[in-house]
Write a protein that binds this ligand. Structure first.
Ligand code: ADP
Length: 740
C-alpha cells in the first residue's frame, strides 16, 4: 500500500451508541494509520451529534492526541445516542458540517444501530447535498467536490450480539469483568456455603452469560436464546442440590438480563433467588453486575484486536472510491474480515423475533455452531447428575507436560467432568511423563476438580522431561497395569514430543497403540495445529498490565524502557504484547536484530525525544538475539540518548506463567478438551487408535493426525513454520511510527 493513499483526503472518526472497552484502541489505530498514510484526521465528538453540532464537535487530530489512551476504558471522544441523527434534518446538518470541513470519509465504531444509521447516511448523501445546495447552505462547487460519502464501520458492543462476527469490540473485556466477579463471589459463597444469583448484561444475546458460566464454573445459566422448558425451577433445584451432594460448597446461577421462560415471561435474578430460598432453604444473594461490565481497562485482546481493526478500517476508507459500498469490518476466523452489514443487522434483529415466536432453535442457530456447542458443554460440565460411571467404562489418562501454562487446571477439570459425563473413568497422572513412568496414576472423581477453573498452576503437577528410551518399557508397563485406554496430553512442545515419541514406538511397545490427543497449552503459543494455545492470552494480559504500570511509573520523567518477554524462540508474546501495550519497537528472533536497525532506532528515538516525546517502549523477546541482549540494547539507548532520557529494563520473567487463566483461556481449554474427548470416543468405539493434536484454526476447533506433527514445525527453533500473527508487524509500525 503506497504511503500516499491518504494524501489530500480528510477522514472523520466517531464512536456511537453504547461505549465499549477497546473503542479507544480502535480510535488510536484509525487516527495513526490514517496519518501514516498521509491523510488529515478529524475526531467527531459525542457520536453523530458532533457532526450535527459542528464547531468543537469536529476537531483535527494529530499523532499525540491519541497518546496514552490505549489502556483507557470507554471512549475519549465521547459517545451519544443522538435522536437528531435519526431525523433527516439532523443528517442534513451533519452532511453540511462534514462538507464544510472537507470530510467525505467516515469511520464509525458502534453497534448495529449506529452502523445502520451510517449506511443510511451514506445512501442519502447525494440527495442531502442536493437539498443543501438548493437551500443555499452549500455551494455547487462544495457539493461537487464531495459527490459521495465513503465509510467503514467497526462493531463496538460488549454484548457480542452482531451475527456474522465472532467477537465485537468490548465483549472480551466485559467477560473479564464478569468472570473476575464470579471468581470473587465463588470464594465468599464457598466460605458461607451460600448461593449467588448473578445478573449479567445481554437483552437479546446470551453470549456473556453463557461464556461466563462456562469460564466461571457456574451451576446454572439462563439465556434469552434458549429459555428453559416448563418445570425448569425444579430441574434447577435438583441440579443445585446434586452439586452440593457431590461436594460443591457454593452455587452460582447466572441470569442474562433478557432471560425469559418459554412463554416469554421475564425471569429475574430476584425470582431465581426466591425459588432457591424457598425450595432449597439456602441462603441466597443477588448481585447485579450492571455497568461494571462496560467499565475498566480493556483486555489485551480488546487492545490488539481493536488496533488491528482500526488499522484495516483506515486502509479501507482511504482506498475507497465513490462507488465502494463501504465495509463493516468484523473479527471472524481470528482475522479481520468484512461483514455484509445489512444482512448481519437483519439477522441480528431476527434473533429476538425468533425468540418471541418460540423458534429457539432458529435463534440458537443464528448465534453459530460454537455457541450451541458451548451450551451443550455447559450442561455436561455443570450437571452432576451423570457422575456414576458404568461398568465397561473406558479409562482415559490426563497428563500435563512442558512449561506451566495458566488454564491447565481448567483443561484438566473439563477433562474429568466431561469424561465422566460421557461415561469414562478419568485418571489423573501426576507429574508428567515421569509420573506416568512411576505409576502415579489415580482415578479422579467429579468433585476432585471442584474449584479448579479459576486456578493458575497445574494441580496434577507437570515436568518438562521427555521420556528417554530406557523409560519406555516402564511407561508401557504402567499403561498396562492401570488399564489406560487413551491419553489426553495437555501441555507444550515437550508434551507434544513425548506423545510423538510414544506414537513412533508403537511397533516395539504394542501398549502405545492407544488414542493419544495433544491439547496445546503454552504461554509461548508455539505449537503446531493451533493458532492459539491455552495460556497465551493470560500471559498477554499479564504483560499488558505490567506495561500499564511501567508507563505510570515513568510518567513523571523522560524515559525509555526495554521490556523482555518470554516465548523462547517464538515472538508471539513480544509482538502481541507490544501491539496491545503500545510499544514503539518490537524485537523478535524471527526477524533478528542488526546493528544497522539499532542505529536507525536510536536516531529516531533521539529525534523523537527532542521533539517532546516522554516515553518510549521496546519489547524484546528473550531470545531475539544472542548478542543484542536486553541489557546491551538498553546500554546502547542510554549511551546514545545522552541527557534526553534515561533508560530502564524490565524482565517480566515467570510472572507471565502465573495468574488465574483469562476467560478466553478457560473457554479455549474447555472447547479443545471436549473435542479431544470426542476424538477419543470415536477411536475407542471404532476400535481404532489414531492419535491427533487439536487446536484452533481460524476460530474452529480442528484436529490433525499425529503423523503430520513434525512437518509443521521449525524444529530447530521449536515454533510452527507458519505463524499467522507475523503479519501484525506492519500494524505495530503503522501505529507506533509517527511520520516525519
Ligand atoms: P448501538 O449503535 O449501540 O446499537 P443505538 O441503536 O442506540 O446503539 O444507536 C446509536 C445511535 O446511532 C442512535 O442514537 C442514532 O444516533 C444512530 N442511529 C441508530 N439507528 C439509526 C437509524 N436507523 N438511522 C439513523 N441513525 C441511527
Amino acid at each position: 500500500m503506497p504511503q500516499t493513499i491518504g494524501t489530500g483526503k480528510k477522514i472523520g472518526i466517531l464512536t456511537s451508541g453504547g461505549d465499549a472497552q477497546g473503542m479507544n484502541a480502535a480510535v488510536r489505530a484509525v487516527v495513526r494509520t490514517a496519518l501514516s498514510l498521509g491523510a488529515d484526521v478529524y475526531a467527531i465528538y459525542e457520536g453523530y451529534q458532533g457532526m450535527i453540532d459542528g464547531g468543537r464537535g469536529i476537531r483535527r487530530f494529530g499523532w499525540d492526541d491519541v497518546g496514552a489512551i490505549l489502556h483507557q476504558g470507554g471512549t475519549v471522544i465521547g459517545t451519544f445516542r443522538s435522536a437528531e441523527f435519526r431525523e433527516r434534518d439532523g443528517r442534513r446538518k451533519a452532511a453540511r458540517n462534514l462538507v464544510e470541513a472537507g470530510i467525505d470519509r467516515l469511520v464509525v465504531i458502534g453497534g448495529d444501530g449506529s452502523l445502520s444509521g451510517l449506511n443510511a447516511f451514506r445512501g442519502e448523501w447525494p440527495e442531502l447535498l442536493t437539498e443543501l445546495v438548493a437551500d443555499r447552505r452549500l455551494t455547487q462547487e462544495q457539493a461537487d467536490a464531495h459527490p459521495a460519502l465513503m465509510i467503514a464501520g467497526l462493531v463496538g458492543s460488549i454484548d457480542n450480539d452482531l451475527v456474522g462476527t465472532d467477537m465485537t469490540i468490548g465483549a472480551d473485556s466485559a467477560l473479564h469483568r464478569i468472570v473476575d466477579a464470579i471468581d470473587a463471589l465463588a470464594s465468599t459463597a464457598a466460605s458461607h456455603q451460600r448461593s449467588f444469583v448473578v445478573e449479567v448484561m445481554g437483552r437479546h444475546c446470551g453470549y456473556l452469560a453463557l461464556m461466563a458460566a462456562v469460564a466461571g464454573g457456574c451451576d446454572y445459566v439462563l439465556i434469552p436464546e434458549n429459555p428453559p422448558a416448563p418445570g425448569w425451577e425444579d430441574k434447577m433445584c435438583v441440579e443445585l442440590q446434586r452439586g452440593r451432594k457431590a461436594g460443591r460448597r457454593d452455587s452460582i446461577v447466572l441470569v442474562a438480563e433478557g432471560a425469559t421462560d418459554r412463554a416469554g415471561n421475564p425471569i429475574t435474578a430476584d425470582q431465581v433467588k426466591r425459588i432457591i430460598e424457598e425450595r432449597l432453604k439456602e441462603d441466597t444473594r443477588v448481585t447485579i453486575l450492571g455497568h461494571v461490565q462496560r467499565g475498566g481497562s480493556p483486555s489485551a485482546f480488546d487492545r490488539w484486536c481493536s488496533t488491528w481493526l482500526g488499522y484495516q478500517a483506515a486502509h479501507e476508507v482511504l482506498s475507497a472510491s465513490a462507488d465502494t459500498e463501504g465495509p463493516v469490518l468484523g473479527f471472524r476466523g481470528n482475522r479481520v474480515a468484512p461483514v455484509p452489514l445489512m444482512e448481519a443487522v437483519r439477522q441480528t434483529r431476527q434473533v429476538p423475533e425468533l425468540i418471541a415466536a418460540g423458534d429457539f432453535e432458529g435463534a440458537m442457530a443464528l448465534r453459530g455452531r460454537s455457541f450451541a456447542a458451548m451450551q451443550r458443554i455447559f450442561a455436561e460440565l455443570a450437571e452432576p447428575s451423570r457422575v456414576e460411571v458404568g461398568s465397561g467404562a473406558k479409562r482415559i489418562g490426563i497428563v500435563h507436560a512442558g512449561g506451566l501454562a495458566p488454564g491447565m487446571n481448567t483443561a484438566a477439570r473439563a477433562a474429568v467432568r466431561l469424561g465422566i459425563s460421557r461415561g469414562h473413568t478419568m485418571l489423573g497422572i501426576r507429574n508428567g511423563f515421569v509420573g506416568l513412568r512411576d505409576g502415579q496414576i489415580e482415578e479422579m472423581t467429579w468433585s476432585d476438580v471442584e474449584g479448579w477453573t479459576a486456578n493458575g498452576g497445574a494441580e496434577l503437577g507437570l515436568r518438562r522431561t521427555i521420556p528417554s528410551v530406557e523409560h519406555l518399557y516402564s511407561i508401557s508397563r504402567q499403561l498396562e497395569v492401570h488399564n489406560v485406554d487413551a491419553l489426553l496430553v495437555i501441555g507444550g512442545w515437550n508434551a507434544y514430543q513425548s506423545a510423538h515419541l510414544l506414537y513412533t514406538e508403537r511397533e516395539r511397545y504394542p501398549k502405545f497403540r492407544l488414542p493419544m490427543i495433544c491439547i496445546p497449552a503454552s504461554i509461548d503459543n508455539n505449537l503446531p495445529g493451533s493458532e492459539l494455545a491455552i495460556g497465551a492470552d493470560t500471559a498477554l494480559n499479564v504483560i499488558v498490565e505490567a506495561v500499564d504500570r511501567i508507563k505510570l511509573s515513568a510518567s513523571a520523567t523522560k524515559r525509555s524502557y526495554v521490556i523482555e518477554t518470554m516465548g523462547r524462540y517464538c515472538g508471539y508474546l513480544a509482538l502481541m504484547g507490544g501491539l496491545a501495550g503500545g510499544a514503539e519497537r518490537v524485537y523478535l528472533h524471527e526477524t533478528g536484530i542488526t546493528l544497522e536497525q539499532l542505529g536507525t532506532d536510536v536516531a529516531w528515538l533521539r529525534d523523537s525525544f527532542t521533539k517532546g516525546r516522554r516515553f518510549y517502549l521496546a519489547m524484546r523477546n528473550e531470545n531475539a538475539s544472542v548478542g543484542y541482549t536486553t541489557d546491551v540494547i538498553s546500554r546502547i539507548l542510554e549511551e546514545e540518548g545522552g541527557s534526553l532520557y534515561d533508560v530502564r529494563t524490565a524482565v517480566l520473567g515467570h510472572l507471565q506463567q502465573g495468574g488465574s487463566p483469562t476467560p478466553f483461556d478457560r473457554l479455549l481449554a474447555t472447547r479443545l478438551v471436549s473435542r479431544g474427548l470426542d476424538l477419543i470416543s470415536a477411536e475407542l468405539t471404532g476400535g481404532t487408535a489414531e492419535s491427533y493434536y487439536v487446536g484452533l484454526v481460524e476460530s474452529k476447533v480442528s484436529a490433525s493426525p499425529m503423523s503430520q506433527m513434525l512437518t509443521e514445525m521449525d524444529r530447530e527453533f521449536r515454533r510452527p513454520k507458519n505463524q499467522w500473527w507475523m503479519e501484525l508487524r506492519e500494524v505495530v509500525s503503522a501505529v507506533s511510527d509517527a511520520p516525519r
